[in-house]
Design a protein around this ligand. Structure first.
Ligand code: PLP
Length: 365
């Protein structure tokens, strides 16, 4: 059966060029980048080349880049620098790797403050101006994985800089896909490879100052003592290949908009801020339907998408992000996330609309 993949915000399949690169790397003679012999140094060269390429793509090679096993780990490192008595200012719309880490910090005596947002998930920057001076760290994402909302990071960074407070930005849904240059005032950034067609299991944390965030994994001097454990050379090299601006994703906004219009004609209600959204993301509810039922019915017809909700231990829970929006429970429970990628074609969109129409008609009766 032909498959139609609309779940690139979960993972975008490995790019063809990276598959080729992986095959050629597997034939090369390199081992542990910590070893001083030739095979070790060959590995070290690959790691440092990748680091330089990524740094160059971010802010012209300034700052420090630490490779991690995931964007989740990078977000954890950035937040776990906070101590009892500190204040973290964040939002309820962040990825769980920020939201849940914040909850852990709260148990350790860190005060957590949430920035207000409107019904479309647009952050209140006047509130940020008031709240930032009291914060030890501000953590806000570059773009939302569920809604697709793009936050105005340059403006946010200016406010934080004026308040003299560090700003951590989770750019997992942006870097490697579209140009992402770190704005003045941003002090740390989380990157992911697999959202942009790189391998799953590699991420990175960029920081402006080497010592800003202490290590959370110990037992070796890798990554200059900031992240113990032998470096994942193959995956680091492949992540480095994503730094090339020429290979970025095309603008798929027109395709996404065509999908949105067709779904609205079928009774869909769009969630998030359509004026400032990732061009590949559409979050849309079909009130009266159960999102999970739709996802399963679509899967049987060859369409892969996600709900706006997370499945935990077999029970399906409403998405915390949608729950944080002042929209009806019916709308929260019927939200679907469609996320396009570079392989998505006009034909895929036509097929998805046709299948959706069929599925809605079948479930309705
Ligand atoms: N941050 C954002 C915005 C994400 O979308 C994701 C993944 O969905 C992550 C962090 C975590 O990525 P990973 O699961 O690769 O650690």
């Amino acid at each position: 059966m032909q498959r139609y993949y609309f779940d690139h915000n979960a993972t975008s399949p490995l790019r063809a060029a990276l598959r080729e690169r992986l095959t050629s790397l597997l034939e090369q003679d390199f081992t542990n980048p910590g070893s001083i012999h030739q095979q070790g140094q060959a590995a070290r060269t690959l790691v440092e080349q990748a680091r330089r390429r990524i740094l160059q793509s971010l802010r012209g090679a300034t700052g420090t880049l630490t490779f991690t096993a995931s964007a989740t780990e990078a977000n954890n490192i950035a937040l776990l620098s906070l101590k009892k008595g500190d204040t973290l200012l964040t939002s309820k719309l962040e990825h769980p790797s920020v939201r849940d880490t914040a909850k852990r910090l709260e148990e350790r005596g860190v005060k957590i403050e949430y920035l207000p947002h409107d019904a479309q998930g647009v952050l209140d920057l006047d509130a940020l101006k008031k709240q930032a001076p009291n914060a030890t760290l501000v953590a806000l994402m570059a773009a939302n994985n569920e809604l697709g909302n793009i936050n105005p990071i340059p403006e946010i960074a200016e406010i934080c800089q004026e308040a003299n407070v560090p700003l951590h930005v989770d750019a997992a849904q942006v870097w490697g896909r579209w140009p992402f240059h770190i704005a003045q005032g941003v002090t740390s950034v989380t990157l992911s490879a697999h959202k942009a067609g790189g391998p799953v299991g590699i991420g990175a944390l960029w920081t402006d100052e080497r010592e800003r965030y202490p290590a959370i994994i110990f037992g070796g001097e890798q990554e200059r003592g900031r992240r113990a454990g032998t470096e994942n050379v193959l995956w680091i090299d492949l992540m480095g290949q994503l730094a090339n601006h020429q290979d970025h994703w095309p603008d798929m906004g027109p395709l996404r908009d065509r999908l949105a219009s067709a779904f609205e004609a079928l009774g869909g209600a769009r969630n998030g801020n359509p004026k400032q959204a990732l061009p590949n993301t559409l979050n849309i509810s079909f009130p009266g339907f159960e999102a999970e039922e739709l996802v399963m019915a679509l899967d049987l017809e060859g369409v892969s998408i996600s709900t706006g909700s997370a499945c935990t231990a077999g029970s399906v829970e409403l998405s915390e992000v949608l729950k944080a929006l002042p929209i009806s429970e019916d709308r929260q429970a019927s939200a679907l996330r469609w996320s396009l990628g570079p392989s998505t074609s006009n034909q895929d969109v036509d097929q998805a609309v046709e299948i959706m129409q069929r599925v809605l008609a079948r479930i309705r009766v």
